[in-house]
Write a protein that binds this ligand. Structure first.
Ligand code: GCU
Length: 609
């Protein structure tokens, strides 16, 4: 595994395979029609006394039930996956039909597919994401499980496939608890199900499992590869960037690992939002060639500034949940869906930055950010009240963080790895997050570490001061604060610009959240009540005026581009199950505040105050 963890025990937390850039490999996309069947009392997992389910209760049984009952009319099967309803994956189940809107539990999916396994090749099933727990069966046999709703995993099925027709069954359980990551209570909808593509991937016996290339602060191109297979040790490897005439080559060590570097060619055009240059890169080992499109840039912090390619940058951003535009989002993010959302940021808001909240988004989204030129904040869902004192929960968070970083380390757009959002300060929480920060630095020394924190509010002699004194700040490269003065507080909007900000640390600050709800079309020019477009627009004007007075501010990602589903938001007139802090409605209708932020960003430079 690439990226040796600080301690051997931690290395157990790394996924046992990465299959980096799986979508770039030969294989079969298993998107499309799948049978599905709900199982709210988990009958397919345990019998009514808790014992293992009998064969006629196993949704994953490798059987044609109809044929069985024709052979034996007395056979009793209370299931038949082959004749169960059909849906199209990837998609959350909440859009399969109206009864599934608030279903939270176990659903089984099954389909058949053709395979032609050849000697000397290996086959893997790669899952983009399954929310929240997945159990995978091939031809009736369990091949693996996974916990975590937003990161990829791959299971080897070499030797387990038949030539011809095979059957795959996925058991997806969306139920979370106080022990999961995230815990049960979040301010977003649970989109249970197979939300990203499933692919059958074929590789040579020895293949490139992990590959990472980046531009170092010293202006050198550094590449590392990890091979997996019987002839990994001592195998020649090569990395080529044909457009630059650059080749790095070497030999894998006894663990199948290699790292090499060379001075960056003078012709290298660095990636930036203004010029998102991507190069074809080929990672080669024997007959295995893994191609990818990768950008090269440098990131650093200097005092209270963030520097991209050595120049100070102000991050003109917005936050985003993973929901496509439309009344019935289902988390099926296609390139067109990603482009539609990110273009609103890049072209509509004149932005250069997006906070992909609160969990790893689809690889389609991060690749689109690479292509369009948006800097990305990537985050794991260590959100609110996580079981910080529970070692098993920490292990889940660490693996999730590793799966996210190992998937996306080649994405130039990603600048920041965030380890948490609004977690209450405590000793167990500090220890938990300290471990995650350390893991980030062990896996990726080329990016910045941050976390969305809360501040303390001081009121002295009628003056309000937001004080940043979270103990975690000392370990971060960039501080980030969520603040809602004027929305969740009684502050009058005209009082916001006078609010002061103080930090004990000399580090860049990102206002990672601020926002106000508005129902698109609710105009209230007279009273300007909360939930009106006028209130939201004025909230932005006054909050931006406050932001201008913060000398160590290096960026912002207001909450949020688009209204998003949240079961916590049930005002019958203004919300109806949607959090309405979007600058656009769920169908893309721009609210007045959209223009306020777009105008502000069109004038904002690193030095403008
Ligand atoms: C919090 C939280 C978000 C939430 C937002 C809100 O800061 O991070 O997930 O949606 O505030 O209250 O709208």
């Amino acid at each position: 595994m690439a990226g040796a963890f600080p301690d051997a025990a931690a290395a157990q937390l790394l996924p046992d395979r990465v299959l980096v850039n799986a979508s770039g490999r030969a294989g079969t996309d298993l998107s499309g029609p799948w049978n599905w069947s709900v199982d709210p009392y988990r009958d397919g997992v345990a019998g009514f006394h808790g014992e293992a389910p009998g064969r006629t209760h196993q949704r994953y049984a490798d059987v044609d039930v109809d044929a069985e009952t024709r052979k034996d009319p007395y056979a009793l099967w209370e299931l038949d996956m082959r004749r169960a309803p059909v849906t199209s994956l990837p998609s959350s189940w909440i859009t399969h039909d109206a009864t599934m809107r608030y279903y939270d539990g176990l659903v089984w999916y099954q389909r058949r597919f053709e395979a032609a396994p050849r000697p000397g090749e290996r086959q893997f099933l790669h899952f983009g994401a399954v929310d929240y727990r997945a159990s995978i069966y091939v031809n009736g046999a369990l091949v693996g499980t996974h916990e975590g709703g937003f990161t990829p995993f791959a299971l080897e099925v070499t030797g387990k496939l038949r030539a011809g027709e095979n059957q795959i069954t996925i058991g997806v359980d969306s139920e979370r608890s106080n022990d999961t990551v995230p815990p049960t209570v979040t301010d977003w909808e649970t989109y249970g199900g197979v939300i990203r593509p499933v692919r059958l991937v074929t590789t040579p016996a020895t293949y490139v499992d992990d590959a990472w290339i980046r531009l170092t602060g010293a202006g050198r191109i550094r590449a590392s590869m990890t091979l997996d297979g019987p002839s990994a040790a001592g195998r020649p490897v090569r990395v080529r960037i044909p457009a630059l005439g650059l080749t790095l080559s070497g030999t894998a060590d006894s663990q199948g690992r290699w790292t090499g570097e060379a001075a960056a060619p003078r012709a290298l055009k660095r990636w930036s939002p203004e010029s998102p240059t991507l190069y074809d890169v080929r990672f080669e080992s024997g007959e295995d060639v893994l191609s990818d499109r990768i950008g090269f840039r440098t990131l650093e912090v200097r005092g209270t500034r963030i520097l991209l390619n050595g120049k100070p940058i102000f991050l003109r951003g917005i936050s985003l949940h993973e929901e496509e535009l439309g009344k019935e989002p289902t988390r099926a993010i296609t390139p067109a869906a990603a482009r539609a959302l990110l273009s609103e940021i890049k072209d509509g808001l004149h932005g250069n930055f997006v906070r992909l909240a609160h969990y790893p988004h689809s690889e389609v989204m991060t690749r689109m950010a690479d292509e369009l030129g948006l800097i990305v904040w990537s985050e794991v869902p260590v959100y609110w009240r996580v079981a910080f004192a529970r070692p098993e929960t920490l292990a889940v968070a660490r693996r999730m963080l590793a799966e996210n970083i190992l998937r996306d380390r080649n994405r130039a757009s990603i600048a920041l790895w965030s380890v948490a959002n609004e977690t209450p300060v405590s000793e167990p929480r500090n220890a938990f997050l300290t471990t995650l920060v350390r893991d980030v630095r062990a896996l990726d020394d080329s990016r910045l570490v941050t976390a969305a924190l809360l501040t303390r509010r001081d009121e002295k002699n009628g003056r309000i001061e937001m004080v940043i004194d979270d103990p975690l700040v000392a370990q971060l490269d960039v501080m980030a604060i969520n603040t809602y003065n004027g929305w969740y507080s009684g502050d009058r909007l005209e009082a916001l610009p006078a609010i002061g900000w103080r930090s004990g640390a000399t580090k860049p600050l990102i206002l990672s959240e601020f926002g106000a709800d508005a129902k698109a079309g609710f105009l209230d020019a007279g009273l300007r009540r909360k939930f009106s477009e006028e209130f939201q627009a004025e909230y932005y004007r006054q909050t931006l005026a406050m932001a201008d007075s913060i000398p160590f501010l290096a960026g912002m990602s207001p909450w949020i581009l688009k209204d998003f589903r949240s079961p916590r938001r049930q005002h019958p007139v203004y919300q109806q199950g949607w959090n309405r802090k979007g600058l656009i409605s769920e169908t893309g209708e721009r609210k007045q505040a959209f223009g306020v932020l777009a105008d502000y960003y069109s004038k904002r430079t690193p030095d403008s105050r």
